[in-house]
Design a protein around this ligand. Structure first.
Ligand SMILES: [Fe+2]
Ligand SMILES: [Fe+2]
Length: 261
């Protein structure tokens, strides 16, 4: 089986919905697709987009990003919305828990960001005044969101009987962020990720980890794990420029394993 990845569909924008229409309706019936968060904030649109993609793939995996957990104008809080998103995914056959697809396991990791990710202390707190999550997410009393979501993953953290492709919405390693001087949004290190995600990636012994959120494409190996971001944009590497293949079982394509392209 081939496994493809994309993130940050942001289907609220018509041009992004048009891009998604370019994904073949027939070419991927034997493939799996990972969607690493940020489809939209309105749940009906999330369900509609994921359900439409589901019909084109043998398996579809998803984790909520920050946009799915916006609750502007809603009485529920972001944790209630999170569980509503998972239920909606189950209703359209979209997986949010580990499953084996061919010769590999795909393991979704729920996550949030932690300001301690800014290990260099370069993040600009003032620029977070315009950060929408501050206004559109609402958290119930209890653990902070990064801890709350990572704790949900614990039951799935074990060694699997085949190579693992894991994925999260948020960034698992600080090396995957460019220097702050290159960033337009100087607050990004404060709201980008958590090193505790990578601790879970390591406990899984993952071969490949897909992430999203920063809209900065990447594909590199760090300490033996391949980290890939392929956010939706018109200039990707395959499928009309949208999807990135991150795994193949096909021994004729350089042997089973992560496909580097
Ligand atoms: Fe995004
Ligand atoms: Fe995001």
């Amino acid at each position: 089986m081939r496994i493809y990845a994309v993130s940050d569909l942001h289907a609220d924008f018509r041009e992004n919905r048009r891009l998604l229409e370019r994904i073949s309706a027939g070419e991927h019936r034997g493939d799996a697709l990972i969607v690493a968060g940020d489809v939209a904030d309105a749940l009906p649109l999330v369900t509609d987009v994921l359900g439409g993609l589901r019909e084109r793939f043998a398996e579809l995996f998803f984790v909520p990003g920050n946009h799915e957990l916006w609750v502007r104008g809603e009485p529920r809080d972001s944790v209630e919305k999170f569980h509503a998103v998972l239920a909606a995914c189950a209703g359209v056959g979209v997986r949010t828990a580990p499953a084996r697809v061919g010769g590999a396991w795909v393991v979704p990791l729920f996550s949030w960001y932690d300001a301690a990710f800014d290990v260099l202390g370069e993040g600009d707190h003032e620029s977070l005044e315009a950060w929408s999550d501050r206004y559109f997410c609402r958290w119930p009393p209890g653990p902070p969101p990064d801890r709350r979501f990572l704790d949900l993953n614990e039951r799935h953290l074990r060694r699997y009987d085949a190579p693992v492709v894991s994925f999260s919405h948020f960034v698992p390693r600080t090396e995957l962020l460019p220097p702050v001087r290159w960033l337009r949004f100087k607050g990004l290190p404060l709201v980008a990720g958590s090193v505790d995600i990578d601790a879970q990636v390591r406990r899984l012994g993952a071969a490949v980890h897909v992430y999203g959120h920063t809209h900065i494409p990447d594909d590199r190996v760090l300490d033996g794990v391949r980290y890939v971001q392929n956010h939706l944009r018109a200039s990707g590497s395959s499928d009309g420029g949208l999807l990135k293949q991150v795994w193949t079982d096909d021994p004729t394509v350089g042997g089973a394993g992560p496909l580097f392209c």
